[in-house]
Design a protein around this ligand. Sequence first.
Ligand SMILES: Cc1cc2nc3c(=O)[nH]c(=O)nc-3n(C[C@H](O)[C@H](O)[C@H](O)COP(=O)(O)OP(=O)(O)OC[C@H]3O[C@@H](n4cnc5c(N)ncnc54)[C@H](O)[C@@H]3O)c2cc1C
Length: 301
Amino acid sequence: MRECDVLVIGCGPAGLSAAQYAARAGYRVLAADALAPGGQLLYIDEIENYPGTEKMSGYALAEALEKQAVSFGVEIGFMEIASIEKDGDAFIAHSADEDIAAKAIIYAAGARHRHLGCQGEEEYQGKGVSYCATCDGPFFRGKDVVVVGGGDTALTDALYLSKICSSVTLVHRRMEFRGQKVLSDRVRARENIRLELGRNVVSVNGNGRNVTSVTLDDGRMIEASALFVFVGIIPNTEAIDGLVELSGGFVVTDGSMRTSVPGIFAAGDVRTTPFRQVVTAAGDGALAAHAADSYIQGLNG
Ligand SMILES: Cc1cc2nc3c(=O)[nH]c(=O)nc-3n(C[C@H](O)[C@H](O)[C@H](O)COP(=O)(O)OP(=O)(O)OC[C@H]3O[C@@H](n4cnc5c(N)ncnc54)[C@H](O)[C@@H]3O)c2cc1C
């Protein structure tokens, strides 16, 4: 069985930051990822809000984070962790090919956005179809955009976009919003937000390079440069479900990234957090590594 001090599960910005901090503090760190290191960064065409960097591709930032972690001695393992069990003071993580023993676990498996599944959605992802207003809204300054969803995120982000974009058409499949009343009141009062209630988006249309319009299920076409989809986010908690406390599917942590199980820490999009961004994920990773360090020192007496 492979052994390490800290097993980091997930090599997105949270995991790579945690791994880097833990390795730099002198621990043997294995950072495991089911896919390529980088996580959601690999889907970001251009990132311009990571502090201190010029506008760059998500791929380039992922490479830089991985290189930095490896330079401090982090070992990257290409494996999907299926489950974790407690074994005395240690943890055993299981993947299809091998078991790994670790003194502490940092769980940074991220999350994925629920998609609409409509025609054109995948083709135009990164070319106008977006799942993050903070990330992509500024690219559509002064343009007409469509937002889909009826929860707090859709309402908050429609309000945010209405300050940047020329107009926002908010499409929701029900006649009432699920989100807080105070938010829906603000949305209804905002002059440049138009509501399409009881409607669904059936296709995103474009010219091959950019989104140009969106078609509703009554056949009408709305001209728009972007479609923002806020119909839910699914945390990747399969490997940890039943072991630590979850809330709404997300891992519950305290401010130091400690979960309900001593020795297991969580960081980034997978945990309950009000803001899911690269910078917050990286910050979480640093905090989790710091807390794991204190925990392991406690074990050593
Ligand atoms: C299209 C798009 C554009 C975005 N634009 C921006 C932006 O401009 N600015 C910004 O700040 N943020 C942006 N974001 C959000 C940002 O990418 C995320 O908030 C951030 O990547 C979260 O980092 P994370 O490390 O928590 O999780 P993730 O990046 O999701 O990484 C999690 C990793 O864990 C791995 N994993 C999952 N389960 C397992 C398992 N069981 N075993 C092993 N590995 C596992 C996954 O393969 C993945 O590599 C964007 C997101 C998307 C999708």
